[in-house]
Design a protein around this ligand. Sequence first.
Ligand code: BGC
Length: 458
Amino acid sequence: MTKFPDGFLWGASTAAYQIEGSPLADGAGPSIWHRFVHTPGLTADGDTGDIACDHYNRYRDDVALMKALGLQAYRFSISWSRVFPEGTGAINAAGLDFYDRLVDALLAAGIQPLPTLYHWDLPAALDDRGGWLNPEIAHWFADYGEAMFRKLDGRVKRWATLNEPWVVTDGGYLHGALAPGHRNLFETPIASRNLMLAHGAAVQRYRAVGNHEIGLVVNLEPKFPATDSDADRAAANRSDAYMNRQYLDPAFGLGCPSEMAEIFGPAWRDWTADELALAAQPIDWLGVNYYTRGVMKHDDAKAPVCADYVRQPHATYTETSWEVFEQGLTDILVWVKDRYGDVPLYITENGSAFYDPPTANDGRVEDPLRVDYLKRHLRAVRAAIATGVDVRGYMTWSLFDNLEWSLGYSKRFGIVHVDFASQERTPKDSARYYTHVIASNGGVLDDPPPPHIRPVAE
Ligand code: BGC
């Protein structure tokens, strides 16, 4: 197979807090990310999302750029606190209107909107009420979802509930590098459970008021033992349970992995039958975010999973220290099918941070390592499809260089370069290459790259 299946959906992803800017405009409430970045010392260089890519003001031009690049779909997230400044209660019409206009602009450009309800920017007002630690959040989230479904369902045909519950809890409640910045073993499994209950409640609500598709987005990383020792094999298995199965097993009705009790010890409590049933609402599709693999060795100092990554010799690492390992994408897609059955899959994120040389005078940004990453991973998707995995689309991360959370603007994942002083957007070579990939439905993937990095019109 040299091409992708007919109808394969090609697009790019972003998230609200990473690109929009104007976080408090038009009546929006602050989110936990607004709070986090304005706490001194928590982000690289004190960077904030106050302006970011100024997408809130420039979305029309941005949609025109997406169209020029040939994107068929655009995955973005909705800022809960723009729509509900207090998280619950009164809707802020101006906030809702932004997403209404964005969706209309996308449709007018022939681009399918793929919104995610939660990409990490919880309303600060809800955090004050316990945030993901308060079981009430399942209802809060379903109510927020319902407002969005009622407004946009029909124009939006494919919704996602949560982006990466593992990162929300591991980064936000265990290690504290992400908002709300807690470091508490006991909170972590509570937040995980409430995230999955909120996911289930939103899916249930969607069945009552929506007519199309809803799914969940998880980040997956195949885990390999660093050596054949029993200790390293057990470390890899615990890591797999913690990152890959902790959310998918309950979402697909398999209960919680047995390893969770071992990992969390006294901080773990079994889910009730009602909780398991709510989390297991059938979904229409699953989004897989893939960046790297994990080669794991046992390490008692790395509680609670007691496993650490082992750096691989002779491998390429991105600027976020992630090994480029495209075979892992094929492997994890095959694993999802084998373990959870034939759910339609979308790659909802996949991409790399590399140093981009400054824009040259001819307006070109050369990013050969990102072109290579893209090509390798698309071939890996193609290989999974060839073995029978039902992958229906690919969204690269990210459309734009943007606020890489606590790493600020120091890491650039975009296929489009953003000059944060002038807000000028410049498609990198990877964007130009991607345009050719899309136009040929993957047909150029086996060609050498140079002819394809020029604009299509040349
Ligand atoms: C997140 C993105 C993030 C990317 C790169 C994913 O975990 O969904 O928001 O920018 O990884 O770190």
